[in-house]
Design a protein around this ligand. Structure first.
Ligand code: C2E
Ligand code: MG
Ligand code: MG
Length: 728
């Protein structure tokens, strides 16, 4: 641009429009000149104009002016170009139209039109460009100017603050989002839960939350390193988002803990399915930095308003449910229920008691026969630990082994089992093999081969009569370490069995490299095979074929019914361990049975597997015609149960069964014996994730409160009235 020509005296006569097009300084210069009564700006003014023009061209800032009606009379051309226009295009445009009206964050923005009508001055007002494709932010200042007393318009300037604005946005993003995964952070999700619950209480809506904790993440982090751990967490976040969908509702609370908010869901069938989907998806193998790794996940679920109405209560209860899910063996979900408070306490006490149980002689071993499926001859036994607690009686190892693992008690316990089993087996008549379960925690200890060798040496048991049962989870650790351990154990001459195949990752790949003598197919997998349409049968056939090729034996675990046994024989599984042959027996019975030399068992059991019934003796309420009876429930299944406590109820009678905590189910009597009725549920129960059952829906506490105000019978504690039936 040629400056001198612009400040030629002839400019004084040009129109405002032409003037503006040439820059504010042309106009400014003319005005100054006019005011001073000069024909053209003097030298100092010229210098000032040049400086201002340089400034405009540098794009560090821009200038604008309007007339009294707020329409642009001047705007720096370069900024007009940034808006995708030329300054000539923009002249006459109402100034406020250059900017977006205030959004929800822009308290101050809304004040632009207000400020202009009030004819107030303003400084550095942050405004966002209204032009499409231009997402710039400007800080705009302006001052009104007057023609004598009369308001004549505005003059002002602006600067580009897009970069500052972005970094401020980034900073607030950082305050709300987890920088590793991009998910909401703990702060953000807890605010969100607070506001959601507050709104939902008013509207009596429900809202579920899931707390999720990765299983064995620490192992991966420790063995593969933190960058790998980070990469893994990112993939976990992606998988979660795929299932949950709503990005804003998923959060990483920190470490390997996640939380999900699920508004308007209270169906425990749906939530259970979703939790199972999440667990399943997160348990698929990951590839991080060239290594393959596998982790698992446990999920705790709590639902407002049933399990708490404030976010504190809900989160605490979901946490308790998560703790229960982990305590039940990980890789599971669990719904909150009020008895979890008690079980958390029970678990703590159990851990205390477990510390002295060995010393107090409360532990024993029993032995379950492993039978050749064709000949019915017992080929070996599995040693299973039994704890007889002084107050609580026999406690299942499924319950206390995980506690022992967590409380660092598995070592003394495992060593005791190993010695005891070798010692007893060495004294048995015949050559029965004994299998001992080895926890992955024992397997990770480099001292294990020494301890096994020691047990064999002191008891004199030939090594090939000892079999160590190991679960797939040992393959999650350092693979070089694992290989060394296998080699050391094989070097002792003991046999190795892969336990619980089909419950974990079930990758056939490692069977080729690990020197197993036997694969034990888990009972859940075998049971699944009898279900119509299941592919488990085909998979078992494949495992058997592979095992045969690798010269391994196969054992099907948990076979109870004759139809399962028949299927297993058809699939050529070589061995069977299950109630259909024998339950675990005490050592002295084993000695009695084997005295004759070999031990043969005829299979016996129900013809077919029944719908999994949870043998449960639970007091519940049965409500009929405003009468509530206290009944005991037996043989609960998803579709029905037996109830006891009322006599002579006609077939076809309908009850509402109250399982407590708002769990109501309509049931119809289908069979009626004198003291016992077989009832069928109108809506099937769903899995509670821990082998138990629960109702899909619960009666909301709002409804219960409303019902209590009237004289409703539902879920009222207990009352006695006369009726057609006698209470038993
Ligand atoms: P596991 O090693 O898979 O043992 C088989 C479990 O299935 C045993 O349960 C056995 O009693 C049960 N079982 C066998 N046949 C049937 C059947 O037909 N139907 C049903 N419903 N169950 C059957 P148990 O004794 O309660 O042991 C549970 C788990 O505890 C074992 O599973 C094993 O993982 C662990 N465990 C037991 N003893 C020890 C031990 O000494 N050390 C270690 N580390 N773990 C042990
Ligand atoms: Mg076992
Ligand atoms: Mg097993």
């Amino acid at each position: 641009m040629d400056m001198p020509s612009r400040i030629d005296s002839s400019d004084l006569e040009t129109s405002v429009a032409e003037e503006s097009q040439r820059g504010l300084f042309g106009k400014l210069g003319s005005r100054i000149a006019r005011q001073r009564g000069e024909a053209a700006p003097n030298l100092q003014t010229r210098e000032a104009l040049l400086l201002l023009q340089n400034y405009e061209e540098s794009r560090q800032g821009w200038f604008w002016s309007t007339d009294a009606r707020g329409r642009l009379t001047y705007i720096t051309d370069s900024v007009a170009r940034q808006m995708g226009r030329s300054s000539a295009d923009l002249l006459g445009t109402v100034f406020t139209e250059l900017f977006l009206p205030g959004d929800s964050h822009g308290e101050r923005q809304r004040t632009l039109p207000f400020l202009l009508t009030r004819q107030s001055k303003f400084d550095e007002l942050p405004l966002r460009s209204a032009f499409e494709g231009d997402d710039r932010w400007w800080a705009v200042s302006g001052r009104p100017h007057f023609d004598g007393e009369k308001f004549a318009g505005y003059r002002g300037s602006g600067t580009d603050i897009t970069a500052q604005r972005r970094s401020a946005e980034d900073a607030s993003r950082l305050a709300l989002y987890d920088s590793l995964t991009g998910l909401a952070n703990r702060f953000h999700i807890s605010k969100k839960l607070d506001s959601t619950l507050a709104a939902f209480v008013q509207q009596q809506r429900s809202c579920a939350i899931m707390l999720l904790d990765l299983d064995r993440f620490k192992q991966v982090n420790d063995t593969l390193g933190h960058p790998a751990g980070d990469a893994l967490l990112k993939q976990v976040a992606e998988r979660l988002l795929k299932i949950v969908g709503d990005k804003e509702m998923v959060s990483r609370l920190g470490g390997d803990e996640f939380q999900i908010i699920l508004p308007d869901i209270d169906d425990r069938g749906k939530l259970g399915d979703m939790a199972a989907d999440i667990i399943n998806s997160l348990s698929q193998p990951y590839s991080v930095e060239g290594s393959r790794c596998i982790i698992g996940a446990s999920v705790g679920v709590a639902i407002a308003p049933f399990d708490g109405q404030s976010s504190d209560d809900l989160v605490r209860n979901a946490d308790l449910a998560l703790y229960a899910a982990k305590g039940n063996g990980r890789g599971r979900f669990s719904f909150y229920s009020s008895d979890l408070h008690q079980s958390a306490e029970d678990r703590r006490i159990l851990e205390e008691d477990l510390r002295d149980a060995l010393a107090r002689g409360e532990m024993e071993l029993c032995y379950q026969p492993v039978v050749n499926a064709k000949s019915n001859i017992v080929t070996g036994v599995e040693a299973l630990i039994r704890w007889t607690h002084p107050d609580r009686g026999v406690i299942s190892p499924a319950l206390f082994i995980p506690i022992a693992e967590e409380a660092n008690l598995i070592w003394p316990l495992g060593e005791w089992v190993l010695r005891k089993a070798c010692e007893e087996a060495a004294g048995w008549p015949g050559h029965l093999r004994v299998a001992v379960n080895v926890s992955p925690i024992q397997f990770a200890n480099p001292d294990l081969p020494k301890i096994v060798a020691n047990a064999l040496a002191t008891t004199g048991l030939p090594p090939d009569r000892l079999e160590l049962e190991i679960t797939e989870s040992v393959f999650l650790g350092d693979s070089a370490e694992t290989a060394r351990m296998f080699k050391a154990l094989k070097g002792l001459g003991v046999r190795l069995a892969l336990d619980d195949f089909g419950t974990g990752y079930s990758s056939l790949g490692y069977l080729q490299s690990a020197p197993f003598d036997k694969i034990k197919i888990d009972q859940s997998f075998v049971r699944g095979a009898t279900v119509q349409g299941s592919r488990n049968g085909a998979i078992i056939a494949a495992i058997v074929a592979l095992a045969e090729a690798l010269e391994m034996e196969t054992t099907a675990e948990g076979i109870e019914s004759l139809d399962q046994l028949e299927l297993i024989r058809k699939l050529n599984v070589s061995h069977v361990q299950g109630y259909v042959y024998s339950k675990p027996v005490p050592g002295d019975e084993l000695v009695r049975q084997t005295e004759a030399g070999s031990w043969t068992i005829e299979p016996a059991g129900p013809a077919r597997q029944r719908n999994d019934r949870v043998s449960l003796f639970r007091k519940v309420g049965a409500v009929h015609d405003n009468h509530r009876y206290n009944v005991v429930i037996r043989n609960l299944s998803a579709t029905g149960a037996f109830i006891e406590g009322i006599i002579d109820v006609p077939v076809g009678t309908r009850f509402v069964i109250d399982f407590g905590e708002g769990q109501l189910v309509t049931a119809t009597v289908r069979r009626s014996m004198k003291h016992q009725q077989g009832v069928e549920f109108e809506q099937s129960l769903v899995s509670d994730g821990n082998g138990g059952l629960c109702t899909r829906h619960r009666v909301s506490p709002y409804l219960i409160a409303a019902a209590a105000q009237q004289t409703g019978a539902l879920a009222l504690p207990s009352f006695t009235t006369t009726s057609d039936w006698k209470a038993a």
